[in-house]
Ligand binder design. Structure first.
Ligand code: ZN
Length: 173
């Protein structure tokens, strides 16, 4: 942490000083309680916050605001009664709403493409089956097995136009 040691504590308004064990820093978060806006982008002494009458209310409000941006980063009261942050090794930055939207859109586009490919494949397989049936090579019940059991050469000759792999006709796939 690098602060100007003269930055005032959000609670006692005295200089924050240089004792890092006694300093908590706060992001510039939107908070729902106007009284707590003084913490935005600010600092507080751990001992001031820990003894503050509004401590628990503040922790709840601030954690709500933190939750918009982080997973795993929270203020909590440790066993010694000091307000502290959870272990920074567990902090994960959440995506911004815009980044989340972009990811969801990309995911939807990807699924739509995959679904289109699947439908195209199904149409090709059906066309091949119809051809096999109309040529009297098989009935509808055994058409997949018949096609799958063809030699590669025969398959290419009769069904190459559909550009599907013979393996798709394997009945136990
Ligand atoms: Zn203070």
């Amino acid at each position: 942490m690098h602060f100007d040691p003269t930055t005032p504590c959000a609670i006692c308004r005295r200089s924050i000083g240089t004792d890092e064990d006694n300093i908590l820093a706060f992001e510039s978060l939107e908070v729902s309680v106007a009284d707590f806006e003084v913490f935005r982008n600010g600092v507080a002494h751990v001992h001031c916050l820990s003894a503050w009458p509004r401590r628990d209310e503040f922790i709840e409000v601030w954690n709500d605001a933190l939750g918009e941006h982080f997973t795993g980063k929270e203020l909590y009261l440790d066993d010694a009664g000091r307000v502290n942050y959870t272990d920074s090794n567990n902090w994960l930055m959440n995506d911004s709403p815009a980044a989340q939207r972009r990811r969801e859109e990309a995911q939807r586009a990807f699924q739509a493409q995959r679904e289109a490919r699947r439908q195209k494949l199904e149409r090709s397989l059906d066309a091949a089956r119809q051809k096999a049936i109309s040529f009297g090579l098989a009935g509808s019940a055994d058409v997949d097995q018949m096609i799958y059991n063809m030699s590669a050469e025969e398959f290419r000759k009769h069904f190459g136009e559909f550009q599907v792999s013979r393996a798709f006709f394997r009945s136990d796939k």
